[in-house]
Design a protein around this ligand. Structure first.
Ligand code: NOJ
Length: 539
C-alpha cells in the first residue's frame, strides 16, 4: 500500500538517460557512467531530481544493453561497479534519485543461465527458459512473431533439437517466469541494486513476462497494412499481458517494499488504458507508475485529441493511483521531430503542467531532433530489420556545445552514432546563455513545478475554450490556481476564458516574452504558443 500521499516519485521530474549517448568520459566515442557523473551539475542546475538510466550491464549489445549477460555488474564500456557507486553517491549528495533499468523478461543468450539452459535438455536450468519441440512439420512450435522484426519468435537450437522463445531479438531468450527459481533469481537481482542504494527500477517489457500456458497462436492484426511496423503484424493476445502477470508484479512490489526510503517501481507497458490501470494493483500493490505512453503513441498532435486523451486517462485512474506522462524515449521518434521545434515547446509545457509525474528524455530539453543515420551506420537491430522503424535517430549523442564532437566525446574519436546535425545551435552551452531558449523554458517549467504545489500535486480541471484546437486547463491546490493554455494549431486564436477569472499573472510562456498581466476575456494566443498563469481564486 502507498504510505504517504506525496512521495518523491510523485512530485519529482524523472529524466531518462541513455548511457551510450549522454557523455563520454573515457574517450572511446561511447557514453559512460563517468560521463554522467561529470554532468550531474547540469542536471542539478536544470532542476531534475530523479534520473533513470537505461541498461549499463555487461552485454554483447545485440539490443544495446537490453540483452543482459550479468545483472549484477557494469559493462566495461560504461565503467565499473565503483563508477556506479560514485555516480549514485554523487547523485544522492545533490538530492537526485537514481532509478535503474530492470530487464526481467529476457536475458542475453550469453548470460550464464542461458548457456547452461541450452547445454542439454537435462540441465537444471533448462526450464529457466522457454523450450518447445518443433511443430509436426519441423517448423516453429507456434506462430508468435518478434516485436522487433516480424520474423518468428522461435529459434532452433541444433544441439538439443528444440526451439527457444525470444520475444525480441534472437540474442534475447525469454525467461520462464512460471518457474519459481527464475523469480527468486530476479528478486535477488533487485535486492542487489536496492542494497547498493538505488531508488527504484524502470521495469522493461513488464507485461511480457507471463505467456499463455498453452502457447496458443496469436491472431493477425486486421488493421496492419504493408509498410506498418512489422512487429505489429499480430495481436499479441496470447503472448503479452496475461492474467498471471499481476502476481509477478505484486511479488516485485513486495521485494521493493521491504526496503526503506520509498523505492519506486515504474513499469514499461504499451497497453490500452483499462489494461494499463491493472498494473497499479487492486490494492495499489502493483507498480507505482505504469508508464503512460498516451502522448507518445498519439498519431495527431491536435489539441482536440489531447484534451479527451487526458480526460480519459484521468477518469480511468482508480482512487490513490498516481498519474504519469511521457513525451519521448529511446524507442520512439523525438518530440521535436514529430511536432517541429516550436510546437515542441508547447508539448514541454503540457508534459510539465499535467497532473502526474513527468518523464523527460535526454536532449528533448534543448529541442534535439532525430538524427539522419546513413544505412551503413544503422546500429539498432530493429532498424536493420525495418529501416523505417530504426530507433537510432532518437539515440544520437547529447549536444553539449558547438565543438566538432558537441562536447560529447573527444574530437579525435568518432561517436558511436552521428550527431543529429544541428549542434552548432542546438546545444546546452548556447541555450544556457539564451533567456528565450528551449532549455530556458524547460528549466523555468521545472522550477515552477517544484515551487507551486498546484502544479506538483494539484487537481486537474479542464476548461472549455470554445475552440477544439486550443487546450486549456486549471491546476488547483488550496488557494492556488494555475491556468494553462496551449494552442497547438497553426493559427492565432482569441479566447474568452473569463469563466476561470478576470486576470492572470503570467508565470511563463513558451515564447518567454510575455510579461504583462493577462486579460482572460479576450486572450490572444499565437500559433504554437503556450501560456501558464496564476489566477486569484475568487477573482
Ligand atoms: C523495451 C526497451 O525500451 C527497448 O529498447 C528494448 O529493445 C525492448 N524493451 C527489449 O528489451
Amino acid at each position: 500500500m502507498q504510505k504517504t500521499r506525496n512521495s518523491w516519485w510523485q512530485t519529482r521530474v524523472i529524466y531518462q538517460i541513455y548511457p551510450r549517448s549522454f557523455a563520454d568520459a573515457s574517450g572511446d566515442g561511447v557514453g559512460d557512467l563517468g560521463g554522467i557523473t561529470d554532468r550531474l551539475d547540469y542536471l542539478e542546475w536544470l532542476g531534475v531530481d530523479a534520473v533513470w538510466l537505461s541498461p549499463f550491464y555487461p552485454s554483447p549489445m545485440a539490443d544495446f544493453g537490453y540483452d543482459v549477460a550479468d545483472y549484477c555488474d557494469v559493462d566495461s564500456l560504461f565503467g565499473t561497479l565503483e563508477d556506479f557507486d560514485a555516480l549514485l553517491n554523487e547523485a544522492h549528495r545533490r538530492g537526485i534519485r537514481l532509478i535503474v533499468d530492470l530487464v526481467p523478461n529476457h536475458t542475453s543468450d550469453e548470460h550464464p543461465w542461458f548457456v547452461e539452459s541450452r547445454a542439454s535438455r537435462e540441465n537444471p536450468k533448462r526450464d529457466w527458459y522457454i523450450w518447445r519441440d518443433p511443430a509436426p512439420d519441423g517448423g516453429p512450435p507456434k506462430n508468435w512473431e518478434s516485436v522487433h522484426g516480424g520474423g518468428s519468435c522461435w529459434e532452433w537450437d541444433e544441439n538439443t533439437s528444440q526451439y527457444y522463445l525470444h520475444t525480441f531479438q534472437v540474442g534475447q531468450p525469454d525467461l520462464n517466469w512460471r518457474n519459481p527459481e527464475v523469480r527468486e533469481a530476479m528478486y535477488g537481482v533487485m535486492r542487489f541494486w536496492l542494497d547498493r542504494g538505488v531508488d527504484g527500477f524502470r521495469i522493461d517489457a513488464l507485461s511480457f513476462c507471463i505467456k499463455d500456458e498453452k502457447f496458443r497462436d496469436n491472431p493477425s492484426n486486421p488493421e496492419w497494412r504493408p509498410g506498418d511496423q512489422l512487429g505489429l503484424r499480430q495481436l499479441r493476445v496470447h503472448s503479452d499481458d496475461r492474467p498471471g502477470i499481476h502476481e509477478v508484479v505484486r511479488e516485485m512490489r513486495a521485494v521493493t517494499d521491504a526496503y526503506d526510503g520509498e523505492r519506486a517501481l515504474i513499469g514499461e507497458l504499451y497497453l490500452p488504458l483499462e489494461r494499463l490501470m491493472r498494473y497499479y494493483g487492486t490494492e495499489l500493490d502493483g507498480v507505482h507508475l505504469p508508464l503512460n505512453f498516451g502522448l507518445v503513441v498519439l498519431p495527431e498532435w491536435e489539441s482536440g485529441a489531447i484534451g479527451p486523451l487526458v480526460e480519459q486517462y484521468e477518469a480511468a485512474l482508480v482512487e490513490g493511483a498516481w498519474p504519469n506522462w511521457v513525451l519521448g524515449n529511446h524507442d520512439n521518434p523525438r518530440i521535436a521531430s514529430r511536432l517541429g521545434r516550436e510546437r515542441a515547446r508547447a508539448a514541454q509545457m503540457l508534459l510539465l503542467t499535467l497532473r502526474g509525474t513527468p518523464t523527460c528524455y535526454y536532449g528533448d530539453e534543448i529541442g534535439m531532433q532525430d538524427g539522419e543515420i546513413p544505412p551503413e551506420r544503422i546500429q539498432d537491430p530493429q532498424g536493420r530489420a525495418d529501416p523505417a522503424y530504426n530507433r537510432d535517430p532518437a539515440r544520437t549523442p547529447m549536444q553539449w556545445n558547438a565543438d566538432a564532437n558537441a562536447g560529447f566525446c573527444p574530437e579525435k574519436v568518432d561517436p558511436w552514432l552521428p550527431f543529429a546535425g544541428d549542434h552548432a545551435k542546438t546545444n546546452v552551452e548556447a541555450q544556457k546563455d539564451d533567456p528565450r531558449s528551449m532549455l530556458a523554458l524547460v528549466r523555468r517549467l521545472i522550477e515552477l513545478r517544484r515551487t507551486l504545489p498546484a502544479l506538483a500535486i494539484g487537481a486537474y480541471r479542464p476548461l472549455e475554450t470554445g475552440d477544439a484546437s486550443v487546450l486549456s486547463y486549471l491546476r488547483e491546490y488550496g488557494d492556488q490556481r494555475v491556468l494553462v493554455v496551449l494552442n497547438f494549431s497553426a493559427e492565432h486564436k482569441t479566447l474568452d476564458l473569463s469563466g476561470a477569472g478576470d486576470r492572470g499573472e503570467v508565470l511563463c510562456s513558451t515564447h518567454l516574452d510575455r510579461t504583462h498581466p493577462l486579460g482572460l476575456e479576450k486572450l490572444s494566443v499565437r500559433p504554437g504558443e503556450g501560456i501558464l498563469a496564476s489566477l486569484r481564486i475568487g477573482a
